[in-house]
Design a binder for this molecule. Structure first.
Ligand code: URA
Length: 220
């Protein structure tokens, strides 16, 4: 006979998207959102991760970079993009005169998936309300999605990153009782991919030039 299904165990750590949406929408500040995530037990990734990796940089920055999920170094330090990919991201930002005092950086998921596996679609959907609220609270002028997982999730697209990158799209925030705004969003190649595939750095450079030009439009 098959062993009984462990439905209870799964249910204990699997919240619903509706709950996540209500919790995230209630967070009135980034500090409140961080505290909400710290107390949230609905996503099982929390229990295998060492840290909540919330965000880094300047929350008043014009530009917000969003990656996939923390890796080992980020999990150990509790800060996004501090490993090898993060060092390349710092260089990519520096190439358009940005650094962590003039940018804000986070991920679509705040906990490291075990063994750095790609987050499942269920995990991404469950945590989507939190990254959405995170974007609303930072309210940047420009968004940059790093890699296919972030771009597909936030643009609600099944297209691969090679199709999504290099073109401006918009990400809508607000609605209901909050002001609606469309934020220009550029998807580009993930720095971890660029470490493995340096020939694609040219393409990422084109995308970064677009970001720099867009930021300049907002400054003039
Ligand atoms: N890769 C990501 O997508 N995010 C990090 O924070 C680190 C590596």
């Amino acid at each position: 006979m098959a062993p009984p299904a462990r439905a209870g165990a799964a249910a204990a750590t699997q919240g619903t998207v509706e709950d996540a949406r209500a919790l995230a929408a209630n967070a009135a500040s980034l500090e409140a959102l961080r505290a909400t995530l710290g107390a949230y037990n609905g996503c099982s990734l929390k229990f295998s991760a060492k840290s909540l990796v919330f965000g880094d940089g300047n929350p008043n920055a014009d530009v917000m970079f969003i990656g996939e999920a923390p890796g080992r170094d980020e999990d150990l330090q509790g800060v996004p993009f501090v490993g090898r990919a993060g060092q390349l991201l710092d260089k990519m930002m520096a190439a358009i005169h940005l650094d962590r005092s003039s940018s804000y950086i986070t991920n679509i998921l705040p906990w490291r998936p075990p063994g750095n596996r790609k987050p499942s679609l269920d995990e991404q959907a469950l945590m989507q309300p939190f990254i959405h609220r995170h974007i609303e609270l930072v309210n940047p002028k420009v968004l940059v999605f790093l890699g296919g997982t972030s771009a597909q999730q936030l643009l609600n697209s099944k297209d691969g990153i090679m199709r999504l990158r290099g073109r401006w799209r918009s990400y809508a925030i607000g609605g209901q009782d909050r002001p609606h705004r469309e934020i220009p969003a550029m998807s580009t190649l993930h720095p971890a991919f660029l470490l493995r595939t340096p020939a694609q750095k040219r393409a990422a450079w084109q995308d970064l030039l677009e970001v720099a030009a867009k930021l300049k439009e907002f400054q003039s």
